[in-house]
Each structure stands twice: as structure tokens, then as C-alpha cells.
Ligand binder design. Structure first.
Ligand SMILES: *[C@@H]1O[C@H](CO)[C@@H](O)[C@H](O)[C@H]1NC(C)=O
Ligand SMILES: *[C@@H]1O[C@H](CO)[C@@H](O)[C@H](O)[C@H]1NC(C)=O
Ligand SMILES: *[C@@H]1O[C@H](CO)[C@@H](O)[C@H](O)[C@H]1NC(C)=O
Ligand SMILES: *[C@@H]1O[C@H](CO)[C@@H](O)[C@H](O)[C@H]1NC(C)=O
Length: 572
């Protein structure tokens, strides 16, 4: 089983065992001593369904198996949680259950769209009675209910039956829909057409009767089956988000695809042609193979999905973080799968890459602040503790100034294609010219467990190349855990002029999210340090480069625990 399907299966296990284990486990399964996060969205969730903002309420719909036994994915429903601030969440009953002939083998991923009349609609993949993937529609039973608690499937389902050239198990994940100048709705759906991984476009007048365009939005033989397509507009030269409907001057489009081969999310900025419903990438040099496209994230992440937040005029990205320890561990803990903290996403001024930053609401969780004196020098071998902060639940912002790039090591072009490998070869203990410098976090008493998040600068022709890594190799003494070094390059062309790199890191017991250079490169990891059970964890800044680095600013905050799915909708 591959890709999203596998993710489902693992999720089903965790939910089932959550019920079975919670009473007998020695630690309560909500106890942070077993690594449970304090402000990340849980319960067990995996692929994103349809995030939605509607009448002042954020909705998160997610795959949920309320009663399924081990490995049964047929009982998948749509779980539902609501929030007014993207931080605190209330759990509501499921909204779509596998009870109809067009979905009774599982209600899989899909998306929500707000129709111009203000009524939201859900498009989702159903696994039919004959185990065929089809697309279905549902509407709220009572559109005036601000929490959209109950939904009705239409009698016309499936509204998109399986096309003849598509295998029964390769047709899924309808995107949020958008409307063209001709007044017709469009939606992107993943399908493998005659062996080619394609993003199909369907059109409709009324959201009920859909016709498939002969040509796909995008297709690539090189990449195999793709999933969870997300097509959204971004503004040039502004960080404001745009509704999925917007096209025209000053607007570019982003196509994001989840590639089953690699279990990674890739995106490309490009142009969406409304007359042909085709997406043309801005950087054709990156070719047809999605594995050469840009990465949303490095780390344990997949199946991200964005939505337009009309309340704050921004586009918000949700990303699923999977587990990377054993199934037995998931069982013992009683949960698995989590969402990365929601991020605002917008187009960089270079017109090619996206920037991501935790939504500002996270600041409502900030409590005690600590820092380092501005202008603290880090010479070769320096290691300074950021004391006084709860190191398992913190938000750290640092700005590193590099007075001289003179000593930067020369970049070997063969490193270009594998940043992750380079992070392994040139880890935090391997001294360089400029770097490695950065943070070491989740550090246990004698440094037996620690995770380094660091930068290294290389000289490359007349310019510089910046590598960013999160090295999990020493993150945990536990065995049977997948803990590679993760990393990517940071595409910044002004390092020569500004000579600074900033780093923001969110720490939450078993999750680390890092944002390099204002969110150009993001590394999101799940880790299982044994020392979290003792709650004794530390954070340091370090420099193992020959050249000195100045910390021009460093602030760290304790983060409070959010109310994530405790209580019911009444808190709303
Ligand atoms: C699905 O859930 C129902 C409860 O609604 C349960 O009776 C049934 O055994 C489950 N099916 C499978 C295959 O797990
Ligand atoms: C629909 O929701 C509104 C707002 O909660 C409520 O006042 C109304 O009674 C509901 N209508 C029905 C038919 O349940
Ligand atoms: C979890 O994520 C990692 C990193 O992307 C990947 O290698 C692994 O296969 C994923 N595991 C599952 C079960 O999806
Ligand atoms: C810096 O390098 C030294 C020597 O290689 C090593 O002992 C130390 O752990 C390194 N610091 C970090 C933070 O990895």
C-alpha cells in the first residue's frame, strides 16, 4: 500500500488502539511526558481534507475512523474540529460517514469550497461498494448553523464517476473549486490516465453535474501517481492572500502535488490559463519531473493543503506530519499523526519561491520571554545556553550576523542534488569555514540526546550557497526510530550584502518546525527523545565554523498549552 492510502491505514490503527490502550497505559495518553504535543493539532489525523474559513470560524476536517479495527480503512469518516483563532480547537461529531453505496468503503480526502451564495460545499472521494474511487458532493444541512455541524450527501452522487482510462484505485482528492469568467466551476482531481500521473479538471454550472476537460491541468509521465492537488493564486509583491477565484494581472498561481513515489510535497509557481485550464510552470528548466520542483518542506511531512482566510486576507497552509517510530510505539502511546502549526504562505519577491511563517495567533501562547544579549559573539567551538525557557514548549527567534564570508568552503557541484546527504556528511560536528552555526535543541543532561538545526555557507562561483539542516541522528536514544539528517538549500541572493540569516524554531515535545531566512526553507520533524519524560531539556546556540558569528538578536518564549480538542463545541 502506498502514499495517502498507507497513511490512512496507520491512522486507523492508532485510533483503534487509542480506545483500547488509554485505560491500561501507565501514562495518560494526553500526558506530555510521552511526547504528546501541547499546541499542535491532534487527535490522530493524517491527510488534510478540507480546511475552511466560514463566518468567522475555522473548520478543520480530517480523516477519522471512529470504530475501525486494525488495518481496516473502510470505516473512514470525516472528523471535524472548529476554532476561532487557529490555536484552540473544539471537536465536533463526524460530518461524513461511509454509509452510502458511493462511499461505504471509506470517505477519503477532499476539499471544501464556499459558494458565492455563502453556502459551503464539500467534494470528497468515496470508495464505492464495488471498491471504485468516485467523487461525491455534500452540503450543510443548515447553512445558518455557524458550526456547520451536520452535512447531507446529495442524491446525485457520485457526481464524478471513474473515467474509463483511469484505474479504479487511482482517482481521488478533489481540490477546492474555483470559478472562471464563463461562470463555470472548476475543480482539480488526481487521476492516473493511461499510466500518466495527471491532475484532471472537471467543470460544472451548478456544482452537481460535472464534465471532464479533455486536457489535464498538468501531467507528467516521469512522476507516476500524484495526490492531493492544490492550485491557488498568489499576489506578486504583496504578502496578502488571494481567494481561490482570483486571476488577472499581478497574480501568479501555485500548483502543489503530493508525489506517491517519494511521499513528498512539491510545488511550482506558474501561470494558470483560464481559457485552456492549463498550468504552465514559471521555471521550465526544472522539467517535467515533479521531483525537481520546489519543496514545501523538508522532513516528516506530506499531503499539505491551503485555504483562503477571508477574515485576515491571508492564505493558510496545513501540513500533515507522520510518525517515524514503530507501530508498536504508536500503539503504546495511543495516537499517531499530527498537523504542523498552521502557516501563512505567500510569494517571495523573486516570484519563484513561497515563504511560510507560523500564523501570528501563535503569539497569544507566548509567556515568559528570555534572550541573549544583542551582539553576543560566537567564536569557534562556542556553545551558549538559552537559559530560563521551557525548552520542550517554546518559540525561538534568532538572527545570526556573519561579519566575513571570506573563509567559506568551496561548493562541490555534485552536492547540488542532495542537500539531505550533505547535511549528513557535513554535520554539526564537522568544522567548516562559515558554519555550521545555529541552535541545538531538545538537549538532555549530558547531550546524549540533542538535535542540531544549523546553517553552513559555501562559496559557489561568484556567489554563495547556504545549506540548512535539522539533524535527527542524535535526537533520541530509542531504537527503531527513523532519524535521518534533513536539509535543503536556502535560496537567498542577498547574503553578500546583508550578511545575516535568521532562524525561527517552534519546539513542542515531539515536533520541531524550523523556518530559515524568513520562511524560505522549512524543515518539519517528528522526534522521540527519551528525556522528554523527565521534562529536563535545554537549548543552546553554537558555532563550529572557523569564522566568528554574531547573534544580533535572540528571543525565546515559553509557549502555553492550547486547548486542542478538549471539551465540545460549546467553547465556541
Ligand atoms: C465499521 O464500523 C462498524 C460500527 O459502525 C462496525 O460494526 C464494523 O465492524 C466496522 N467494520 C469494519 C470492517 O471494521
Ligand atoms: C439553523 O441554524 C440556526 C442557527 O444556529 C438556528 O437558529 C435554526 O433553528 C436552525 N434551523 C433548523 C431547521 O435547525
Ligand atoms: C513518514 O515520513 C517519512 C519522511 O517523509 C517517510 O520516509 C516515511 O515513509 C513516512 N511514513 C509513512 C508511514 O508514511
Ligand atoms: C562542535 O564540534 C565539536 C568537535 O567536533 C563537537 O564535539 C561538538 O559536539 C560540536 N558541537 C555541536 C553543537 O555539534
Amino acid at each position: 500500500m502506498a502514499g495517502c492510502k498507507r497513511a490512512f491505514a496507520i491512522f486507523a490503527v492508532a485510533v483503534h488502539l487509542c480506545l483500547a490502550v488509554s485505560s491500561s497505559s501507565s501514562l495518560d495518553n494526553t500526558d506530555p511526558r510521552n511526547g504528546r504535543t501541547a499546541y499542535h493539532f491532534q487527535p490522530a489525523t493524517n491527510r488534510m481534507n478540507g480546511p475552511l474559513y466560514h463566518k468567522g470560524v475555522y473548520h478543520l476536517f480530517y480523516q477519522y475512523n471512529p470504530h475501525g479495527p486494525l488495518w481496516d480503512i473502510g470505516n473512514l469518516s470525516w472528523g471535524h474540529s472548529v476554532s476561532r483563532d487557529l490555536v484552540n480547537w473544539a471537536a465536533l461529531p463526524t460530518v461524513i460517514d461511509p454509509t452510502s453505496p458511493f462511499d461505504n468503503n471509506g470517505c477519503w480526502s477532499g476539499s471544501a469550497t464556499v459558494l458565492p451564495c455563502g453556502i459551503p460545499a464539500i467534494l470528497y472521494t468515496g470508495i464505492s461498494a464495488s471498491k471504485v474511487q468516485v467523487q461525491n458532493v455534500a452540503f450543510p444541512k443548515n447553512a445558518s448553523d455557524p458550526l456547520l455541524r451536520e452535512w447531507d450527501k446529495t442524491g446525485l452522487n457520485p457526481v464524478m464517476p471513474l473515467p474509463a482510462e483511469v484505474p479504479a484505485n487511482k482517482f481521488r482528492d478533489p481540490s477546492t473549486a474555483w470559478i472562471g469568467k464563463d461562470g463555470l466551476w472548476r475543480v482539480a482531481v488526481s487521476g492516473e490516465v493511461n499510466g500518466v500521473g495527471s491532475t484532471l479538471v472537471y467543470k460544472s454550472k451548478n456544482f452537481l453535474h460535472w464534465d471532464r476537460n479533455p486536457a489535464p491541468l498538468h501531467a507528467s509521465r516521469a512522476a507516476g501517481m500524484v495526490e492531493c492537488p492544490d492550485l491557488f493564486p498568489v499576489a506578486e509583491h504583496r504578502d496578502a492572500g488571494l481567494d481561490t477565484l482570483v486571476t488577472g494581472p499581478g497574480v501568479k498561481h501555485v500548483l502543489k502535488l503530493s508525489v506517491m513515489d517519494t511521499l513528498e510535497d512539491y510545488y511550482m509557481v506558474g501561470t494558470y490559463d483560464e481559457t485552456t485550464d492549463a498550468f504552465v510552470p514559471t521555471e521550465p528548466g526544472r522539467g517535467d519531473d515533479y521531483r525537481n520542483w520546489r519543496r514545501f518542506n523538508y522532513g516528516h511531512v506530506y499531503a499539505s493543503k491551503s485555504f483562503f482566510d477571508a477574515g485576515k486576507s491571508r492564505r493558510v497552509l496545513w501540513t500533515w506530519i507522520n510518525e517515524s517510530d514503530s507501530r508498536d510505539d504508536d500503539v503504546a502511546r495511543g495516537w499517531s499523526g499530527i498537523q504542523a502549526f498552521p502557516r501563512k504562505v505567500w510569494l517571495d519577491k523573486d516570484g519563484k519561491q513561497l515563504l511560510q511563517w507560523p500564523v501570528e495567533e501563535i503569539e497569544t501562547l507566548r509567556r515568559k520571554r528570555v534572550g541573549l544579549r544583542d551582539g553576543t559573539w560566537l567564536r569557534t567551538g562556542a556553545l551558549k545556553e538559552i537559559a530560563g525557557v521551557t525548552a520542550l514548549q517554546a518559540d525561538v527567534e534568532a538572527v545570526f550576523e556573519i561579519p566575513s564570508l571570506e573563509g567559506a568552503e568551496t561548493f562541490d557541484p555534485s552536492w547540488e542534488t542532495d542537500a539531505q546527504k550533505l547535511c549528513g556528511v557535513k554535520g554539526a560536528t564537522v568544522h567548516g569555514g562559515v558554519g555550521p552555526f545555529g541552535l541545538i535543541v531538545m538537549v538532555s543532561g549530558y547531550m546524549k540526546e540533542h538535535t542540531a538545526i544549523f546553517f553552513r555557507v559555501f562559496k559557489h562561483h561568484d556567489n554563495y550557497k547556504v545549506l540548512m539542516c535539522t539533524d535527527l541522528t542524535s535526537s533520541s536514544t530509542k531504537s527503531g526510530v527513523y532519524k535521518p539528517p534533513y536539509g535543503g538549500f536556502v535560496e537567498m541572493d542577498d547574503i553578500q550584502k546583508h550578511k545575516t540569516i535568521n532562524l525561527r524554531t517552534l519546539l513542542d515535545h515531539s515536533v520541531i518546525e524550523s523556518f530559515g531566512d524568513g520562511g524560505r526553507t522549512c524543515i518539519t520533524t517528528r522526534l522521540y527523545p527519551e528525556h522528554v519524560s523527565k521534562r529536563d531539556s535545554h537549548i543552546f546556540v553554537f558555532n563550529n565554523g572557523t569564522g566568528a558569528v554574531k547573534v544580533s538578536k535572540l528571543e525565546a518564549w515559553n509557549l502555553a498549552t492550547a486547548a486542542v480538542n478538549v471539551g465540545d463545541g460549546n467553547m465556541m
